[in-house]
Structure formats: C-alpha cells, structure tokens
Ligand binder design. Sequence first.
Ligand code: NI
Length: 381
Amino acid sequence: MNPVEEALKIKDQIVAWRRDFHMHPELGYEEERTSKIVEEHLKEWGYKIKRVGTGIIADIGGGEKTIALRADMDALPVQEENDVPYKSQVPGKMHACGHDAHTAMLLGAAKILAEHEEELMGRVRLIFQPAEEGGNGALKMIEAGALEGVDAIFGLHVWMDLPSGVVGIHEGPFMAGAGEFEAIIKGKGGHGASPHQAVDPIPIAAQAILGFQTIVSRNVPPMETAVVSVTSLHSGTAFNVIPEEVSLKGTYRYFNPEIGRMLTKRMDELLKGISSAHNASSTLHIREVTPPTINDPKMCLFAESIAKKFGLNYGDVEPTMGAEDFAYYLREVPGAFLTLGIKNEEKGITYPHHHPKFDVDEDVLHLGTALEVGLALEFPG
Ligand code: NI
C-alpha cells in the first residue's frame, strides 16, 4: 500500500476530526471528551487499549520489534481570535499549538494501520498523551509503561516555521532543555533615609541580575547555546522603606545537559557570592521543567528514507529554544521528534504557535498521517 494514497482517501475525515477537537479544546489532564472519541475509534478498529487517566496506549500488530507513535491532545488557556466556522466553543481555551491536528493525524494513521494490519512487520504502539503544555504528561505515560518493549518512538508536531507540507527532520538536539529558577535575597529592612543601618537587598538583586548575564556571555563556550532570563522581580511597597527581601524568577534553556548543569551551578555561585559580599543571605530553587529533545541520527535517517520513498517533501528544520516533553521519551528509547510545515501565507496562516490567531493549513494534515503510516509500515526498516 502507498501511505500517501491511503491518507488522501481519508483526508476529509482527518480534517473533520481536527475541527471537532478544535471546537472542543480541553486543557492538560482534562482531555475527557477528546480521549473518549479516540478510544471509541481505536476499539472499533481492533486496537488493544490501556487507559492512563485521559491518556491512551493502543497496540496493534505483532512481531519482535515495536515502533511507537505519539500525539499530544491538550489545548491552551488562550482565547481564540480566529473567525472560522470551527472556532473554539469554549471561552478562554484554544488549540493554539496544533495538538488537535496531532490527535487527528494519528487517528487517521490508526485507521489506515488497522486496515492493513497484515502488512505490518512489527508491533505498532500509539500513544495519545495528555498535558504536554507544562504538565509533563509524557512522564505519566512512561510511568504507566508506554515505552515497555518499545524499540523506537516518533512524534510529529505541526510547525509554523516551515512551509506547508514540508517535513522537517533535524538530527541531534532539536528543542531546548528548560528549567525554572526562583531566588530570594534576604537583607535587613530599614528606613529609606538610613541605608547604613539596613542591608538593602535591591542593589544586591541588581548585581545578581547583571551577574547572571555573564553566565551566557562569559561561561558558556561560544559554540554552545544557552539562555538565562530573569523574568520576574518583586520587592518593596513604599518609597521610604528599604525592604527586607527581593524575589527573582526566571527560566534557563540549553541543549547540552552539561551546560544545563553549569548554568544552575553558576547561578548558585553568583547569587551566594554577591549576597555574602553585601552581608545578605540568599536561597535559590531550581526546577527542571523538561530535558532537551535530542533526535537520534539513525532514526532521523530512517524518517528521511520514509519521506523519500513516499515522495514527501522534506528537509532540515532549525532547532528552537522552546521545550517539549517528548524529550522524556527520547531519554529512554531512540527516536525522533519530527515536524510538518503548516505555514501558508496565501491563506493567512502565519501566526506563531500559542498565538490567539494560530491556525494550521488543513490541506496537508493527511501528509502527516502518511508519514506516520510509512514509519509504522516500514519499521524496523
Ligand atoms: Ni505543542
């Protein structure tokens, strides 16, 4: 069978599913309606199903090797500003990242794969996961055994940075590791007119913020990539009172885990050093949000061979400092996070992911389905 031809046959169905999900967006871990629809179809098509909250693990086929394909199902707390017939019907919630399309594309692949089960060389596992947007739904799926017996995994994200219909494949680090930090600098409050009797935490915080700027410019090797951004700063209430403390928050991003560890180590050293130099104390809390998404070179080659074999347009895609919880799967098994271009200037589909006017070029969604079917069909290659 030819995956592109098969996907083309159900193109309208894929778009209809996408529109239905789009009209009924659900936030992370609340994907009740979406997952129910997915589950009903998968059951009807003969999949063996395991429920993980609002997540679904579904198997079909047999054989020694197992390939997993993953779609995320959650929406964002965004008020949609598109004026389209399939506009979100839920105030304040919107599929502004394209996870509606991911769910629809993988559902399309599920249908085709079930119809061609006898042509599969191995087992295919579909993972419909909740809460990609900051909820680390991937971790819940892995804890529930989503990767048990899995030899390779692929995820597909619609991508505004690529022209419509182009498959983006990038070897190695593709999306950043992301962490969150919160620092408290504690001084000694006092009268604004008598700074010598206080320990003013405000200039100390100012030095710490500037100190943090030297981490990327002076400590990160020039050929490496990293970000340290202070994004929140709070202290004081009155014009004549030196406050007791300052709180800072921010994010750090990296591709190389060693660099990630260095960023947090330097933040800690700078904060402690600058605070103690001024007789203040400090605390720093670090939370790793997501590790970097690192694509396996062999799996990228496999994906390229599939795109080529079935006549899909493909090419490299620029890495981004955005983060994605697909990283957790890639930490456990080899695989790749692939992208499908959906930017179409003629149709006015140009707004970035998470924007209230974000939309996807629906005319290419069947190509995503075709790619997923091709991967599953040809694995282990
Ligand atoms: Ni997304």
